[in-house]
Write a protein that binds this ligand. Sequence first.
Ligand SMILES: [Ca+2]
Length: 166
Amino acid sequence: MGYYQCSNNTCTCRPQSVTNLLANGGFDGDLSGWFVNDSTSAKGYSSADAEGCMGSGSLLVNGGRGDIEQCVQVTPGKSYNFGFKYKQSTAGSFACYVGYFAGPTCLSTDQIDSSPRIDSSTVGSSWQTYTLVVTVPDGAVGLQVLCGSAGMANMDEFYVNPSGGF
Ligand SMILES: [Ca+2]
């Protein structure tokens, strides 16, 4: 437990990379930046942080019928690193998709394609790392990260980054 760095009596958690396109990929204090299309009990904020930082937390998913989403603008044909950290006690508690859209705001009617389902059978009390390189299809300028859940999991430090990680 502890902060990433302290100076002049001010302590901060690890900042996300400036090239990470997502807003608030690390859930620093809340779910701002993300569109929550579900109840707060199914997609809520947890103070459990992937790096144990007291100034940050994570997304707590717990079943529900909807999802949590964020849309970023991308370049057709370009590759991006996608990833996040998670922990779950039951396999397949979360399911995420990377979707590609012809419009920059990821309207459902503009969807061109989607990644295969992203989930994991790895369980335990320690944080795990998921990484994937995605290539944006021709004609797509919006990329949406969407996660739903069938069980309970903590998720943190999401990124969509052309040149790095979280
Ligand atoms: Ca965090």
